[in-house]
Design a binder for this molecule. Structure first.
Ligand code: GLU
Ligand code: ZN
Length: 296
């Protein structure tokens, strides 16, 4: 089976060096394994996604010399696919409607933390864990609602399923990176939102559905998304989708170690370009081989 990789930026800003690193690593690994490399634009958030950003992203990747296979997939054009997946979960009693505001969720999490101080009160992203309000007081009909995964029922539904994935990660003994089997702990996400109030999907649901529909075999993305893979693996098991391999790479940092997004290194790729950087300079700076000469 030919490996399939994807680079999946959200068009709510310009690409910076961190994105370039991720795209180049995908390209390098796809080439090494003789695989295909797909480009997916994760534009489900209509308010934050901008057409001009899509254009800039495509242009910047082209400037870097990264060639993608096949057509670009825009998530906004595939809402039906996400709805079908959500319907199948809802029919099995794995989703529930929630009309809570952020404030209500936060307040309930605080209250629960007082009663249950040894339980985690935030999810891996640091957001307050849902304390279950709408399970006991369901929203009135015709209210705008989000749909949350009923984590407890979901875990029961996949009892006995394989909840592991292949991760390219450091071997604790040797310190070298290799493929290891990792067990997931999706319960740390609690009753996660799968369909947002404002958008009839979410990052987690779309990414899992798309990776399967596009036949992605290798997900190469930043370490900041490593914890999300636990939830993704659970959704794959619930939806009967194949689980790709995952390589969560380190995030590009400033020389002083600050995370890229917060540092002066977050300068957009096109600014580097305007200031005279060449694609090969960017590649070399990020630790990749210079571009191969285009064959005539
Ligand atoms: N769209 C996500 C981002 O730009 C990446 C999704 C993924 O690679 O799974 O952060
Ligand atoms: Zn609620």
């Amino acid at each position: 089976m030919q490996p399939v990789f994807r680079f999946a930026p959200s068009p709510n800003g310009l690409l910076h060096l961190g994105h370039a690193y991720s795209a180049l690593l995908n390209e390098q690994e796809a080439r090494r394994l003789g695989g295909r490399l797909l480009l997916r634009i994760e534009d489900i958030d209509r308010l934050r996604s901008r057409n001009e950003h899509v254009q800039a992203i495509v242009e910047d990747l082209d400037w870097l010399g990264i060639a993608f296979d096949g057509a670009v997939r825009f998530q906004s054009a595939h809402m039906d696919d996400y709805r079908k997946a959500a319907d199948s979960l809802r029919e099995r009693g794995l989703l529930f409607a929630c009309d809570c505001t952020r404030q209500r969720v936060a307040r309930a999490a605080q209250e629960r933390a007082v009663c249950l101080p040894d339980q985690p009160s935030t999810d891996p992203d640091g957001a307050p864990l849902y304390a279950g309000h709408c399970l006991h007081s369901p929203p009135l009909p015709d209210q705008p609602v989000a749909w949350r995964l009923r984590m407890e029922n979901a875990l029961q539904a996949v009892a006995g399923h394989d909840l592991t994935y292949q991760a390219f990660a450091d071997d604790k003994q040797t310190g070298a990176s290799r493929w290891i089997t990792r067990q997931v702990a999706p319960q740390r996400w609690g009753d996660a939102v799968l369909l947002r109030k404002d958008i009839a999907t979410s990052y987690h649901l779309s990414v899992v559905v798309d990776d399967a529909l596009q036949g992605v075999t290798h997900v190469v993305r930043g370490r900041d998304l490593e914890a999300a893979t636990d939830l993704h693996r659970l959704l794959q098991a619930l939806l009967g989708l194949p689980g790709p391999r995952y390589y969560h790479h380190d995030l590009v940092t400033d020389p002083d170690g600050a995370k890229l997004a917060k540092s002066r290194m977050s300068k957009p790729l096109r600014q580097w370009r305007e200031e005279g950087a060449t694609p090969d300079m960017i590649r070399t700076m990020l630790g990749f081989a210079p571009r191969e000469r285009q064959r005539q």
